[in-house]
Design a protein around this ligand. Structure first.
Ligand SMILES: [Zn+2]
Length: 314
């Protein structure tokens, strides 16, 4: 096993060499464009309302202008993780520096664990597209986008994930982002997107504090109502003798029985999924939290995971 700590600086060095040694930086032209755009936005933010610009957006909402002295920049509060579905980092850097593609992300992580920072965290990247999480319908405005170099089907590399975790640690601390706000592109756009793919180590990330996960032993203890009554002769016997159900006995034997009326759609919505296409929302849930038998409908295990997990979001 190669240590990422040893290998990452080497690749940084190699890439710096690649970018700056061949006479000219291949991204010199697009870096210039970045600078120009950033300058234009800075200028826009510096504007104060005057009679001439009263009609411009974000300046014409009041009868009077009185600038406050107390403010700072808005901060990202979500992290959306993607796989690039491309063949190399070079291809992705190219995609994100061509104006006609209209797509970008704040970070790209190569298979070797190199991190490319492509946009200041305070700016809005175009990585989410149409999506919804809870009632948030503009994730691009509130999130950082991280693209991981992966063709869409393959495994993620060990150093790639190590680099990702190092980056997430910094981001989480700097912007004070809650664990449950580290999510995938497929989570916010269930009908459209399937990234990151089922090989993505969400459980490992959750152990590090990025995203939520479930406790396997808790899932094993859970019973669906139908499962509970069937194999429990004591309850059946008592119930039939008394001709009624005794709820407190249920509780004594199995404290967690999933009620027959458990509402899957509501539970998915509590987690954050847009359930306007329920099948797509269920598929996105499976891709993130079950990661196998993706084309099959919810089984009792999937239902238990959802039941257990949705309570963490309440
Ligand atoms: Zn994506």
């Amino acid at each position: 096993m190669i240590s990422a700590k040893k290998i990452i600086p080497f690749f940084y060095l190699a890439m710096t060499f690649f970018i700056f040694s061949c006479g000219s930086n291949p991204y010199a032209k697009t870096n210039k464009m970045y600078k120009k755009q950033a300058k234009a936005y800075s200028k826009e933010l510096q504007q104060l309302p005057t009679p001439e610009n009263q009609k411009e957006s974000a300046l014409d909402y009041g009868d009077y202008w009185v600038g406050t002295t107390n403010f700072n920049l808005r901060k990202p509060n979500y992290v959306i993780i993607h796989h690039t579905a491309q063949d190399s980092v070079r291809q992705t850097l190219n995609t994100f520096t061509l104006p006609k593609t209209q797509v970008s992300s704040h970070y790209v992580i190569s298979k070797n664990g190199e991190i490319y920072h492509m946009l200041n965290d305070y700016y809005r990247a175009w990585h989410g597209g149409v999506g919804k999480w809870g009632n948030n319908t503009d994730l691009n405005s509130s999130s950082l986008g991280i693209e991981i170099d992966n063709n869409g089907k393959e495994e993620f590399t060990e150093v790639q994930i190590l680099s990702l975790i190092e980056l997430l640690k910094e981001i989480k601390e700097k912007y004070n982002i809650p664990a449950e706000n580290f999510i995938g592109h497929s989570d916010i756009a269930p009908a459209r997107k399937v990234d990151p793919n089922a090989n993505f180590p969400w459980e490992h990330l959750a152990q590090e504090g990025f995203g939520l996960w479930y406790d396997e032993s808790e899932i094993e203890k859970l019973k669906l109502e139908a499962e509970f009554f069937k194999p429990n002769p004591l309850i059946i016997d008592l119930n039939s003798r008394l001709n009624t159900r005794i709820p407190f006995i249920d509780k004594l034997v199995f404290p967690e029985v999933i009620p027959a009326g458990f509402n899957v759609e509501k539970a998915l919505r509590i987690i954050g999924y847009n359930t306007s296409d329920l099948q797509a929302a269920k598929a996105a849930f499976k891709l993130h939290f079950i990661q196998e038998n993706l084309n099959q409908p919810f089984n009792s295990y999937d239902l238990k995971v959802l039941y257990h997990l949705h309570k963490k979001y309440l």
